[in-house]
Design a protein around this ligand. Structure first.
Ligand code: ADP
Ligand code: MG
Length: 843
């Protein structure tokens, strides 16, 4: 008989003889509840639970077979084991007799079983999607507080995992505590009193002694605890060790009252805890929500929710990597019997997250690949145009550049919409590749768009492309925003290029939008304002997103969502660490420019954190300017702020142009200046009329001044790692050796991990890995990057799991179809659920 049949048989055996079992079940249920409220200390029944269990076994013969009770007795189990046993018994009771236990899980769908359920019985109440407000088993006052922890439904409740567990088997002697550490101590209460300190109703102060020392715990807002802990009680406290008046101290620690005898003993006056393995969950908390309430709520949620969980990993996969069952894993995240069990639980759930991630990406890619609605660019027609364009440049492409360009042209000729990430170190020459691809698209009579994250960068792209194409202004059109150029190698084909940015003068902007909408503009360069304001680019053949990491996935998708589907190149100089690349950009094919154009000189990076090194920095600028070079000075702020202690561009401009650089031509550029002002300043920099440009990070991305050789970054500690690397990439673009000087905020400040990393690595990939290590993957995987919520369980240390996930996901989709995935219904469903909740749309 299969499991379902067995259950049905058992149920029908019980259904007719209602009275006895009913009462026994209710009694058992009550006893187990009581036992739980006493933290499984075997005190719910006089004389111990074993006798009661024996009696219950007459009616519920299976009760002694439930692990971990099987073959032993209750008294000898650890509290954690008792807990597990009791939960399993409760779950089974609910499954066995739906009529008696109103708050229960739906019985697995078994038509035979249904007949035995009385029509009048309350229907199954809960699903995993039941909203928090309707979870009646959670105290009414607790529900709104849980909502603050972003719990919305039963599923969230059982996945409200504890931050940590308190292990009462790891008790530190008070005489040996380390200040500032999380520790558990246990001792006898020697004084217990309430005190009028802190917010009302005051605090409880409990002093304990364990024979090696004394420790005082202060419970703010919980004066009532003074009555709960009596002199002579044995208690355990867990929390951060502090010191006050030379006394070891804890504030609002986790606490547990230990029954005398059962859980502890005294040896030579020292308290010894004897019940190991009771790992008590400590949940993320919010104001006014005490651990006990959360524990009760999650416990009841588990009892109700666990039976509803459907396993979605197939047995073989689980076996291959020794993953635990889903239900066990979720239960053990909260109530593990051992730290190993908790580890295994976490491992399973972390894998789930990463696996779903990989699957989602591959699914998108597969769907994309199976579209045949791409615009076909005839590569034979495009090639001569591209080669004449490249011939007109002063340099030859690197082999990396050439290969990726060939790849793009090939891709765009197949009819499958191209989706590529062009990833390459700062200064590796991505723009020229993108431009070549755009020209190929123009040759085929389609529009091409290049989008940048800032106006300054869009403007610069417009100007440098206008130069490279040897364009001319169009009579009657604003020359800063509309140009004409002859497509090289095409005989005499003319294209119109336009600049569309948010801050253009209204009438000009209208005019340009019109040209785009009419299909008159062939090459469109703009900011993402382009995305928001320009509804139609009717003949869009290729969209290039520069500095992709500044864009959301949704924005990326919005541009190409039409039929026929335009090709897409996303460019980024912030390399995604290899370990995460599939995860974040799984829907795109990745092309990497590994080599820099020839003749690039390495950039020397130094930290200036005292008068001597600072002066050396200024001297370096003066000396470089004397040799005809230029310098950038970047400040985190525009103007001084009281809230943030960091250099501001306005202030530094004043200070430097009147002080350190008073003999130099100093310019100022920041985000609040008008576009024309910014344009003027950049123009002056390009013409070398400005020696030193003091700026905010508006110049972080893309600005290309090959003559600049010094990047001085003020308050460098204020910048993130990727930003520092980007800023540094603004120099070292020409033939001269370049320098990056990181000025520290405070005298003598030691370098942070970030600054150390920037000083020690020039390689963007290495830095990305470092960044990942320092910050964790949240930022890469966060909504900003991928449209997903941050991972909850998995972390950067799960590289091994990530590799397994990647392999398993790739194997499953090896043939590029969704067949194998769809063959596993529960998995396909889970993927559907997870992705529909998070991904807006990027296909
Ligand atoms: P990024 O990849 O950071 O966007 P850019 O496309 O701005 O880099 O290129 C940086 C500079 O290098 C530009 O001035 C560009 O003209 C130049 N460049 C691009 N490719 C080459 C090459 N193969 N040889 C020499 N210079 C090049
Ligand atoms: Mg660039």
């Amino acid at each position: 008989m299969n499991a379902g049949g067995r259950e049905a048989a058992r149920r029908s055996r019980y259904a007719p003889q209602n009275q006895g079992p009913d009462r026994a079940i209710t009694a058992l249920k009550n006893i187990l509840e009581l036992e739980r409220s006493r933290d499984f200390t075997d005190r719910a029944v006089m004389g111990g639970l074993d006798k009661f269990i024996e009696q219950s076994a007459k009616i519920l013969p299976w009760i002694r077979d439930i692990e971990p009770l099987r073959g032993t007795n209750y008294a000898t189990l650890e509290p954690g084991q008792r807990h597990r046993w009791a939960s399993s018994v409760m779950a089974k009771l609910r499954a066995e007799s739906p009529a008696q236990v109103p708050r229960q899980a739906p019985p697995a769908t078994k038509p035979a079983a249904k007949k035995t359920v009385k029509r009048s019985s309350p229907r199954t109440k809960y699903t995993l999607d039941t909203p928090l407000e309707e979870l009646k088993f959670i105290h009414k006052a607790t529900r709104p507080k849980l909502a603050r922890l972003e719990v919305q439904n039963l599923r969230d409740m059982i996945r409200l995992f504890p931050n940590r567990h308190v292990d009462y088997s790891q008790v530190t002697k008070i005489g040996e505590v380390l200040f500032g550490e999380q520790m558990t101590v246990a001792g006898r209460v020697v004084r217990s009193e309430s005190a009028k300190i802190g917010p009302p109703p005051g605090a409880a102060k409990i002093l304990i002694n364990d024979g090696t020392g004394v420790l005082e715990a202060t419970f703010f807002r919980q004066a009532y605890l003074a009555n709960r802990f009596k002199r002579g009680d044995i208690v355990a406290f867990s929390g951060e060790i502090g010191a006050f008046n030379n006394l070891a101290q804890m504030q609002n620690p986790e606490y547990d009252q230990l029954p005398p005898g059962a859980g502890s003993s005294t040896v030579n006056g020292e308290i010894q805890l004897t019940h190991a393995g009771n790992l008590l969950p400590v949940y993320p908390s919010t104001d006014g929500l005490v651990q006990r309430s959360i524990r009760t709520a999650t416990r009841k949620s588990l009892d109700n929710g666990l039976p509803l969980l459907a396993e979605f990993l197939d047995g073989e996969l689980k076996q291959r990597h020794s993953f635990t069952d889903l239900t066990t894993a979720v239960e053990s995240m909260h109530y593990p019997d051992s730290s190993d069990q908790q580890f295994q639980a976490r491992r399973r759930l972390a894998f789930d997250e990463l696996f779903m991630y990989q699957l989602a990406a591959l699914k998108k890619k597969s769907e994309w690949k199976h579209r045949r609605n791409g615009i076909v660019i005839d590569s034979e027609k495009a090639k001569p145009v591209i080669s004449s364009f490249l011939d007109s440049l002063e340099f030859d492409l690197t082999s990396d550049q050439q290969n990726s360009l060939d790849g793009f042209i090939e891709d765009m000729s197949t009819g499958v919409p191209m989706g590529r990430l062009l990833q390459g170190e700062v200064g590796s020459g991505k723009t020229v590749i993108a431009l070549s691809a755009l020209l190929a698209v123009n040759t085929a009579g389609h529009q091409g768009a290049l989008m940048a994250p800032t106006e300054v960068l869009a403007e610069q792209h417009f100007l440098s492309i206008a130069n490279q194409l040897k364009s001319e202004p169009l009579p009657g059109e604003p020359k800063d925003a509309v140009r004409h150029a002859t497509l090289p190698g095409s005989g005499n084909r003319r294209i119109t290029m336009v600049l569309l940015i948010g801050s253009l003068q209204g009438s000009i902007k209208k005019r340009i939008q019109q040209m785009i909408a009419d299909g008159e503009a062939d090459l469109i360069i703009g900011t993402h304002a382009l995305l928001q304001e320009q509804v139609a680019i009717p003949k869009l053949g290729l969209a290039v997103v520069d500095e992709q990491h500044r864009f959301g996935v949704e924005q990326r998708g919005a541009l190409t969502q039409r039929d026929p589907r335009p090709h897409l190149i996303a460019m980024s100089a912030t390399p995604i660490p290899r370990t995460l690349s599939l995860t974040v950009y799984g829907d795109l094919d990745i092309t990497t420019l590994k080599i820099l154009p020839e003749g690039r000189k390495p950039i020397t990076t130094t930290l200036a954190n005292n008068n001597v090194t600072e002066n050396a920095g200024y001297e370096l600028v003066r000396q470089q300017v004397a040799e005809g070079r230029q310098a950038f000075v970047v400040c985190p702020l525009i103007e001084p702020s009281e809230a943030v202690e960091a250099a501001s561009a306005l202030e530094e401009f004043e200070r430097l142009s009147n002080g350190e650089f008073k003999d130099l031509r100093v310019g100022l550029l920041h985000g609040r200046m008008k576009l024309t002002e910014k344009q003027d300043v950049m123009e002056q920099v390009r013409k070398r009329e400005i020696d030193v440009l003091v700026a905010t990070p508006v110049i972080e991305v893309g600005v290309d001044i090959p003559n600049a050789t010094v990047m001085m970054i003020m308050s460098a500690n204020r910048f993130g790692l990727a930003q520092l690397h980007q800023l540094r990439g603004r120099v070292g673009r020409g033939e001269h050796a370049s320098h990056c000087v990181l000025m520290s905020n405070k005298q003598g400040q030691i370098a942070s991990e970030r600054i150390d990393a920037v000083i020690n690595h020039n390689d963007g990939f290495k830095l990305a890995e470092e960044d990942l290590r320092i910050r964790g993957p949240g930022d890469y995987m966060g909504t900003r990057q991928s449209g997903w919520d941050e991972l909850k369980v998995a972390t950067i240390d799960d590289v091994d799991l990530l590799q397994i996930a990647r392999r398993e996901a790739s194997d499953l989709m090896e043939d590029g179809t969704l067949d194998a995935l769809n063959a596993n219904r529960p998995l396909a469903k889970e993927l559907e659920r997870v992705t529909s909740a998070h991904i807006t749309e990027f296909s």
